[in-house]
Structures are given as C-alpha cells and as structure tokens.
Design a protein around this ligand. Structure first.
Ligand code: ZN
Length: 69
C-alpha cells in the first residue's frame, strides 16, 4: 500500500477503550527512552516499552499479553 510518502509502519488499531482511531505514538523525554502509545481522546496509554514496535504490539493486541500492572 502507498500512503503518499508517509513512512511504512504497522497501523495502529482503534482505541480499545473509546473505539476512536486516535492512537498516537509517543516517546518519553527521559533516558532511557521508553515508547508508548496514547489515545488522544480518552487518555488510555500502553505501558512503557523499550521499543516502539513493542508499544505498537501492546496497543494492537486486544487482550494484551498480560493485563497485570
Ligand atoms: Zn481512547
């Protein structure tokens, strides 16, 4: 697929909480950097991950590997 010059990435699914297509990839400013995905509508966010793909996987995984904090 061609997204008109945007870098090719795994697409974020809709938010599992509010159902909006509102997930945004973020990275912490602190080091070591942690990647997460946050919903701009309801504020839901994944746990911090060491890789962006890890955060994306958690966001896209409806059930999550583990829901425990
Ligand atoms: Zn949401």
């Amino acid at each position: 697929m061609n997204y008109g010059g945007r870098p090719r990435r795994t697409e974020l699914k809709h938010c599992r909480i509010c159902g909006m297509d509102s997930g945004v990839r973020k990275v912490t400013v602190k080091v070591p950097e942690k990647f997460y995905v946050v919903c701009e509508v309801c504020g839901y966010k994944t746990r911090p991950h060491t890789t962006q793909s890890g955060a994306t996987r958690e966001w896209n995984n409806e059930r999550g590997e583990s829901q425990r904090d």
